[in-house]
Unconditional design. Structure first.
Length: 390
């Protein structure tokens, strides 16, 4: 049983601990027997299950008349974090499925027309449409302003050409929120955002990408792909701003997913330390093990405080949390890597055997230190914000 004392921290409203406990109960029942042998099929199953259970409603806003399908009027950052921490503790692919429904549709929630919001968001919330966020390119990952994929206005449509890569849900998504250069101004000010349905002529899956923690991932190619102007999100040239706003909302939740992995690793380590016999005693009796456990627990709490501070500031204070979310993302992912590594060490050879939980956690945490902004980029963001204030 994972420690839930953090739910008593003052960052939360009454609804948050209740939601966390309901979700934990659901996870124990719904995620215990998920077949991961076919990653695409597992992801589709998880999106559908999360939608049918109502959990995906947390990832989209309610809308002014409730027509967008969300659980609350606005996306609640603390709820996103609780969702991701709890899901990640049980099943990394379930966390992925939930997170991508939010991130993949986030730009629509922020900048979509009423027609686009009503067309896409209810299906996302119900688990009936799989979303994807297409920002990165072969030569434009952390440096988004260097993107080369372009769109040219032609009458009442834009014609897209170029490639996107490292696109989560690539190959199974029903639609993609795509960021391309439209040339209104140099650099980041000349980027626009579009919703592109997966069956749009000229959009193809150029390559499926395999990674150490399997999830749907692909390189997309746009070849004379014609998208109506009505599919644009916000005004022309606002794409970079929309992308950064979307990432700001969801970046703290990446930290929460890392917390979920770390908490599971600590629990696995505790169980192993109490049961593994060594030199006439248990591993837990050794002071070196106790020191490691003390460090692990402290790192988790420190990262959790940063994570839920960032979410609380956005929800309650209504302020921009670029620095705080970057701190949380950096601290939580880096510390989770250390926690999981220490827990694995307690398992000895068993820890690197394929299929055991700690081996899976070791693979799953590695990507979180890179995606949605690598640790090195988070350091730059934090420093930039400090220099602005100075």
């Amino acid at each position: 049983m994972s420690d839930t004392s953090w739910l008593d921290w003052p960052f939360f409203d009454e609804r948050h601990p209740e939601m966390a406990r309901e979700l934990d109960d659901w996870c124990r029942k719904a995620l215990a027997e998920v077949d991961h042998s076919d990653t695409d099929a597992a992801c589709r199953h998880l999106v559908k299950a999360l939608g049918q259970a109502g959990w995906l409603r947390v990832a989209v806003p309610q809308g002014p008349d409730g027509s967008w399908g969300g659980r609350w009027p606005q996306i609640d950052s603390r709820a996103l974090c609780i969702m991701r921490e709890t899901l990640a503790r049980h099943d990394g692919l379930a966390d992925f499925a939930f997170a991508m429904q939010g991130l993949g549709s986030g730009a629509i929630s922020i900048a979509g027309s009423d027609e686009l919001r009503q067309r896409y968001l209810p299906r996302v919330a119900a688990g009936e449409a799989i979303a994807a966020f297409a920002l990165s390119e072969p030569d434009a990952g952390s440096d988004v302003a260097a993107m080369a994929c372009e769109a040219v206005l032609d009458g009442d449509s834009y014609v897209l050409n170029g490639e996107k890569t490292w696109i989560s849900n690539g190959g199974i998504a029903d639609f993609y929120c795509v960021f391309v250069r439209t040339g209104e101004a140099p650099g980041a000010r000349g980027i626009s955002a579009f919703v592109v349905d997966a069956d749009t002529p000229g959009l193809e899956i150029a390559e499926r990408i395999d990674v150490i923690a399997p999830h749907p991932l692909a390189r997309l190619r746009f070849n004379q792909c014609r998208v109506p102007v009505s599919q644009r999100l916000g005004e022309a040239g606002q794409g970079f701003k929309i992308a950064m706003m979307t990432l700001d909302i969801f970046r703290a939740s990446v930290a929460a997913a890392a917390l979920g992995f770390a908490r599971r690793a600590l629990q696995e380590g505790l169980d192993r330390a109490r049961s593994r016999r060594m030199f006439g005693q248990t591993l837990a009796d050794l002071q070196i093990t106790q020191a490691a456990l003390g460090d692990m627990a402290t790192e988790i709490d420190a990262a959790a405080l940063l994570t839920y501070r960032a979410a609380w500031m956005r929800d309650v204070k209504g302020v921009r949390t670029t620095r705080e979310a970057a701190m949380a993302k950096m601290a939580a992912t880096e510390s989770a890597q250390r926690v999981i590594d220490r827990a694995l060490q307690m398992f000895g050879g068993l820890g690197v055997m394929s299929g055991v939980p700690i081996e899976r956690l070791y693979r799953e945490i590695r990507a979180l230190r890179i995606y949605e902004g690598a640790t090195e980029v988070q350091r730059l963001i934090i420093a930039r914000e400090l220099l602005k204030e100075a």
